[in-house]
Design a protein around this ligand. Sequence first.
Ligand SMILES: Cc1cc2nc3c(=O)[nH]c(=O)nc-3n(C[C@H](O)[C@H](O)[C@H](O)COP(=O)(O)OP(=O)(O)OC[C@H]3O[C@@H](n4cnc5c(N)ncnc54)[C@H](O)[C@@H]3O)c2cc1C
Length: 416
Amino acid sequence: MSVSVWQQATRQETTYKCDVAVIGAGIIGSYSAYMLAQQGKRVALLESRFPAAGATGRNAGMCLMGAADNYATGVANFGREKARQLWELTRENQSKTSTFVTRFGTPAVKSGSYILAIDKQESDLLAGAYEMMRQDGFEVEYKPTDPFERGFGSAILQPADFGLDPVALVNAFITNSAPQVRLFAPAEVFAIQRGNAGQLVVEARGIQVECDRVALCTNAYSPMISPYFADKIAPVRAQILLTAPLSRRVIDRLAYVNYGYEYFRQLDDGSFLLGGGRSRHRELEVGYDEVATGWLQATLEEMLNQYFPDIVREATIVRRWGGTMGFSVDGLPLAGQLPYVPGTFAPVTRPFVPAGPYLAVETPLDPQPSGIYFAVGFTGHGLGWGMVTADAMLDMLLANASDAGLFDVRRLANKQ
Ligand SMILES: Cc1cc2nc3c(=O)[nH]c(=O)nc-3n(C[C@H](O)[C@H](O)[C@H](O)COP(=O)(O)OP(=O)(O)OC[C@H]3O[C@@H](n4cnc5c(N)ncnc54)[C@H](O)[C@@H]3O)c2cc1C
């Protein structure tokens, strides 16, 4: 994504003045714009394509509690107390999301979910995870055998997990925040500069926005906006397949399986959605192409054949799609303030290598705070993390909070 000088078409209205420019109209940008409007701010929401064009409009719509594949892994990665705090944040996020879904009346399936084991080893891990979750006060149940009776292992039931329609939710945030929030789409942002009077000037195709603050809600696309993100966020593809509607319910809850790598749910119309398969094709499933690839779709079909042969017999696959997730270097969302105003988009100079060492946070420090804030790097869990991360960003943007708590980007600098 880049914009040539020839493509920089102008509209009649070339400059729009407001308090905050929010860049990216996915779940994070639309929610942030809505919350800013609630605080009386005048907002320009700039989206390069159309609302929910990115990962938000392409996901499985599962709003789950939890940050990693299971609590035991979370405890191993972060330590018991931090894991508890992180899970608590996802629980808070879930309850916020649920409130908005109810307020706007967008579709939701409050069925709960199973975290399912693929084998004996994962079953043992889930038994331990359940015990720790119970001790730490999370509402969960343990099923020692596969509740679906399809050859999986044990399961943890998370009753508050639910399914939603992410596009409907994004559109509801935008509709319910007008006219305080004005959507510009398509309007690809290609430069952010500081104006002569100290204001921020956001240049997008067809419109220029002058504002006091910017909120970057561009997840995987962030390294294309500033090289600051090049060693922090990597674009990773995820894919889904969907069958024609089935004549009966084959499962009654959402499910995550195989350490979170695969997930499935049956939609209201009876169609069956299956996603994942990436762990078998890690090197290939990267980058910005939102495509369905033969190798990965074959892996998903293999799984469908093995665990759901009855579905294969009854229904054909009617849709396949891919989307781009923004993976952060340590798997947790990143919020904060850019240390400088990027004059123009710069090329990604130091791509993030997932298994590599942490690089220092760059320091072309501005003499004054940049005023450009961000909430990015959801690592495949933006519906689980989105609102609480955006809130941490907005606390900095609106109330001058000094940091973004557990999401603060500066944690990476300490991990040398
Ligand atoms: C197949 C798949 C399944 C998933 N399933 C789940 C799930 O079940 N549960 C879950 O929690 N998460 C899931 N995720 C992850 C989730 O979708 C993301 O974490 C979440 O949508 C991120 O939201 P966002 O608003 O930060 O980013 P995005 O939705 O990617 O939005 C960023 C927006 O910025 C726009 N943009 C980029 N550059 C510019 C620019 N220069 N100017 C203007 N606009 C720009 C893009 O067009 C895009 O609309 C899944 C992802 C995929 C791909």
